[in-house]
Design a protein around this ligand. Structure first.
Ligand SMILES: [Zn+2]
Ligand SMILES: [Zn+2]
Length: 593
């Protein structure tokens, strides 16, 4: 209800923006203005507008003026009135506005096919072409809950062959407090931006010669990846997964069996011609894992079979859509496929959910939600594989698992994958930004396409179910999230550099080297600063790189037979013996706190 209401507020404000702009700058041509996630926008053509500072152009410093006008006009607005009109009437009303005329033509076409009607909405003397979705009474909108944020260029209908329009963006929330909270979060997100921190902390980089969207993990990124993989391997081992390895490419014949070709071809890299065949870089690990299942006869005793691999996948993404680590062309996925019987499905799925919760606890992810995407009866045999009973059964088992695990979840009708229900996982970072982590899928079609079978107790051949799961997502997406979540202040176990050893003077070098060597022997990622830099500079360098612990060794420490320990977040922890420091660090790393 609340979500729908704020959408209506935002949509109404788009009308208000249009009304105010055309009042101030007559001749402005209106085009389209929808509600968006954080507010609204309206695309307008100012070529023939009068009253702007520069002829034919709106500049950003004119936004306060429009905003003021919006607040003034809002006071006069109440409810919208609505009228269906003929194409001729609509065309007469919007004469001279080629954009609206184009929209009217399209609506008229849909109307002919039995679709929507051409309708106009009017409020406070301002009329626009619209299909509805406004607040009942505009005078209830909080006048301090919105503001105009910025302008940008936008091609008419997103097509670069069309004229360039001016898009005016507005932020809008239920109240001023919510708007301010959003702005604070955006500021914080800018500081925590994984692209900015990723560079400052030397975690990853891109290089034109390697190619756009193909991240290079620098040593610090490599260290984080090692730790994540160790966590995954350790956890999956405990859950009785088995690790496999598969090549990064395969022949087209396999992808035809899997259905990737032709249905997923747009998301794959173009093929390589080789030895008379066609090879594709793998876009998903599943088909390779199915082939591993198919290697050798399987019996019911082999199930559940859980095959895990941090598999590298390659996907075609348009260059304009690449975004830091969040949208890339190569990615390593925390992948696994669980092959099981229908009887085993509930337990197996429940264990997957438990694994998520175990990880969320380690990473301090307090807010999360799962979305169960289901089939729809009408689309069975069309959009969904025609197995009505299996759909019902697996959906209700998934629901039971979510309830049993006390996971907050929502259900979405008619959103499932072709071959089974799926579960999308949403998580929120420490500053409250939402990330889509991963999708889990139940699959009762593809094992059949691959002819995967096992011999059941009665000797009959049966097809297993398959669960696709990736709780730690891809390294790219998950580390992008973690950088923001921790603001680069990784916990000790995950920090690229865990300890910085700083001798104050040359006379302390030997003792420092001894401590450093002990740490390295224990696999602790320590560095030692034996440069001629001053002690303050050395400590600051470690702080800048957000190193969790600094061990300082000066003459006074040596006299006391101790070292001084500093913590990134807690400051100076005082003098301790080197043995005690080492024991403390080892314990903290082991418990991943
Ligand atoms: Zn409207
Ligand atoms: Zn899969």
């Amino acid at each position: 209800m609340k979500k729908e209401h704020i959408e209506h507020v935002r949509h109404t404000l788009a009308h208000l923006l249009a009304a105010s702009t055309t009042t101030l700058f007559p001749g402005t041509k209106l085009t389209l203005g929808p509600a968006v996630d954080n507010g609204f926008y309206y695309d307008m053509d100012f070529t023939h507008a009068t009253g702007t500072q520069q002829p034919g152009k709106l500049s950003e410093d004119e936004l306060p003026k429009i905003e003021k006008e919006m607040r003034k006009i809002l006071k006069t607005w109440k409810g919208f009135s609505h009228k269906e009109v003929t194409r001729a009437e609509a065309e007469a009303f919007f004469a001279g506005n080629e954009y609206k005329l184009e929209l009217i033509k399209e609506i008229a076409q849909r109307e002919k096919e039995g679709g929507e009607k051409i309708s106009l909405y009017t409020v406070g003397g301002f009329t626009d072409l619209c299909r509805g979705g406004h607040v009942e009474d505009a005078s209830n909108i909080d006048a301090d809950g919105f503001k105009l944020s910025h302008i940008a260029g936008a091609y008419w209908r997103g097509n670069e062959n069309n004229p360039m329009l001016t898009r005016v963006y507005g932020l809008a929330f239920e109240s001023k407090a919510e708007l301010e909270a959003y702005e604070v979060q955006q500021e914080e997100a800018k500081k925590r931006d994984h692209r900015k921190l990723g560079k400052e902390l030397a975690i990853f980089d891109f290089d034109n010669d390697v190619g756009p969207g193909l991240p290079l993990w620098l040593p610090s990124g490599g260290a984080i990846i090692e730790e994540l993989e160790n966590l995954a391997k350790e956890t999956e081992f405990a859950y009785e997964y088995e690790r496999v390895r598969t090549p990064h490419l395969a022949k087209d014949t396999m992808y035809k069996t899997s259905g990737h070709l032709p249905y997923y071809e747009d998301s794959m890299f173009p093929p390589m011609e080789y030895e008379g065949g066609k090879y594709y870089l793998k876009a998903m690990n599943c088909p390779h894992h199915h082939k591993i299942f198919a290697s050798g006869q399987k019996s019911y005793k082999d199930l559940p079979l859980r095959l895990a691999e941090y598999g590298t996948c390659y996907r075609h993404e348009k260059s304009g859509e690449l975004f830091g680590l969040m949208r890339v062309r190569s990615m390593q996925m925390n992948d696994a496929h669980i092959y099981c019987t229908e009887e085993q499905f509930f337990d197996e799925f429940k264990k997957v959910i438990d694994m998520y919760l175990y990880y969320f606890n380690i990473f301090g992810i307090d807010k999360y939600q799962m979305r169960l995407s289901k089939h729809s009866k009408e689309n069975l045999g069309k959009k969904y594989i025609n197995e009505p009973e299996l759909w019902e059964k697996t959906e209700s088992m998934v629901r039971e698992c979510l309830v049993a695990a006390k996971v907050p979840f929502v259900e979405a009708e008619n959103e499932g994958a072709f071959y089974g229900p799926k579960i999308d996982v949403q998580i929120w970072s420490a500053i409250g930004r939402e990330f889509t982590l991963a999708t889990n899928q139940v699959d009762f079609a593809v094992p059949g396409r691959f002819g995967l079978t096992y011999t059941d107790k009665d000797g009959s051949q049966k097809t297993p179910l398959c669960i696709h799961r990736a709780p730690l997502s891809t390294h790219e997406r998950f580390i992008g999230f973690l950088i923001e979540h921790y603001a680069g202040n990784f916990p000790l176990w995950l920090a690229p550099e865990q300890v910085h050893v700083v001798p104050v003077k040359e006379s302390n070098f030997d003792k420092a080297k001894e401590v450093y060597a002990t740490l390295r022997k224990l696999q602790i990622r320590a560095k030692i600063d034996l440069s001629g830099d001053g002690f303050g500079k050395k400590v600051r360098a470690a702080k800048n790189m957000k190193v969790p612990y600094t061990i300082i060794i000066g003459d006074k420490d040596m006299e006391a037979g101790k070292v001084t320990l500093e913590n990134r977040d807690k400051g100076n922890l005082g003098q301790m013996t080197a043995e005690d420091v080492v024991a403390k660090l080892v314990e903290e790393i082991k418990t991943r706190i």
